[in-house]
Write a protein that binds this ligand. Sequence first.
Ligand code: NDP
Length: 277
Amino acid sequence: MTAVPTVTLNNGVTMPQLGFGVFQVPDPETAAAVSHALEVGYRSIDTAAIYGNEVGVGQALASSGIARDDLFVTTKLWNSEQGYDATLRAFDASMDKLKLDYLDLYLIHWPTPARGLYTDTWKAFAKLAADGRVRSVGVSNFQPNHLTEIVEATGLVPAVNQVELHPRLTQEPLRAFHAEHGIVTEAWSPLGQGKGLLDDPAIAAVAAKYDRSPAQVVLRWHLQLGNVVIPKSVTPSRIAENLDVFDFELADADVAALSALNVDSRVGPDPDTNNEA
Ligand code: NDP
């Protein structure tokens, strides 16, 4: 079975560099997809309260027979639950659905700056970490000014910032900010959500050179940049294919060729203006 490398977070906790995302997987289908992922060797699962599938994730974890210590589970606080007390309640609700005693990584899903609540929310995250309810706390979709604000208010540096990142949105300035502050970069939509990006002729050319699929060379690109990745698939063959990326390496010129596809183009919302409740 494939051994997935780990990254060490700023509090010493280790996290698999490749995990399994379940955005847009309906709850009734989630247990089967996560079970398949666990069977082929994934140990890190990325869900969120808003995905509505924490119950399915929890069922797959419980029935897997895999020791809790060998799993790494991430969920995220939804925007409408921001604020100190609401966060503590939302955390308990997620844990009830996941049927877990502790969580590995809890993320603030979006800053939603217009609400002005992400700093209070981060204070609740600090309490959950101090109480041992969650091993590591982080954020998602935070820009440098949001990160600076929560660190100045609490002294607690997020372990991870999970952001949209793929060859058409390479996030160089944000990655440099993370590196400077000891924050791990986790890439969401690492495949650019599949269609479009994976049909790019430049990616097809690199894939042909290594006799790999376009998805595999894109995942390899992320891994070699040091990103944590969480590709999603409900297709068993793709679930296995996306994990089968640890026995080849891209030459620096091919990493650069993929990075050169950057056009700062998002498939998801802009974190500065997304205030969705
Ligand atoms: P991905 O970039 O992982 O792409 C998923 C799409 O690519 C699906 O349509 C899937 O199809 C297809 N696909 C997967 N593997 C392959 C392959 N080997 N070859 C061809 N096509 C493939 O997109 P996501 O948006 O799902 O991002 C991944 C995860 O990131 C999410 O599941 C979620 O956990 C997280 N995320 C976090 C966000 C945040 O705000 N923090 C926002 C968005 C995502 P199929 O399933 O049909 O096989």
